[in-house]
Design a protein around this ligand. Structure first.
Ligand code: DX5
Ligand code: ZN
Length: 217
């Protein structure tokens, strides 16, 4: 099932509560947590996520671009975030981490950077609710979709289907009206969009436009 998750990285951080109201038709809010170590950028952490939790009824899709995910990710589940994504490159014990996240009641998701091979990490897919294929180098909004990731999306879809189709395949980076269909045709079902949604005069209308481009959604 198609899900559109606007990224608030492209929203006005001084007016987050109002910005959240502009995406009421979203399936979830994508929150990019960056620590200035795993990625060069620095955004927000748990206190702001808790404030966002209070400000919206939409599910929160937390994308952790931080080192030492094993230590920090569970706190986001405990804070009531519906989905917590850690990067495989930053997790020492990903299988255990996924189990802990689920035990706290959130979905567990794993992200792979463009340069990271998927194949060696597929063995933990059965512990996951979602797999995030990064379609830009993580760290910044507004970058161009990397076409070279299309085969990786297809490989992820195949692996998810082999497990019975319970794992969502998310793409993040450069998703807009020109690229969303190609990502969907490659096998993605969950789409993060930052600048494509928040650069629009009406973000909810931009979400509807993106949705309309996916056949059957
Ligand atoms: C990048 C972030 C993305 C970002 C996407 O590291 O993970 O979620 O907000 O922004 P756009 O949609 O503008 O590429
Ligand atoms: Zn993200």
């Amino acid at each position: 099932m198609t899900s559109i998750h606007p990224s608030i990285l492209s929203a006005d951080f001084a007016n987050l509560a109002a910005e959240l109201q502009r995406i009421s038709s979203a399936d979830a809010v994508h929150v990019d947590v960056m620590d200035n170590h795993f990625v060069p950028n620095l955004t927000l952490g748990l206190p702001v996520v808790k404030a966002i939790r209070e400000a919206t009824d939409l599910p929160l899709d937390i994308h952790l671009m931080i080192d030492d995910a094993d230590r920090w990710a569970p706190e986001y589940s405990e804070a009531g975030c519906e989905s917590v994504t850690f990067h495989i490159e930053a997790a020492a014990r990903p299988r255990e981490l996924a189990r802990i996240l689920r035990s706290h009641g959130s979905k567990a998701a794993m992200a792979v950077k463009p340069g990271t091979e998927l194949e060696p990490h597929l063995e933990i897919l059965s512990e996951l609710d979602m797999l995030l294929i990064m379609t830009v180098e993580p760290g910044f909004g507004g970058q161009s979709f990397m076409e070279a990731m299309l085969p990786k999306i297809t490989a992820a879809r195949q692996a998810a289907d082999d497990l019975g189709g319970t794992v969502a395949i998310q793409v993040d980076g450069g998703i807009n009206r020109d690229t969303i269909l190609r990502a969907a045709e490659a096998g993605a079902d969950t789409f993060v969009a930052g600048s494509a949604v928040y650069s629009a005069a009406d973000p909810d209308a931009a979400i509807a436009q993106l949705r309309k481009l996916i056949p059957g959604s």
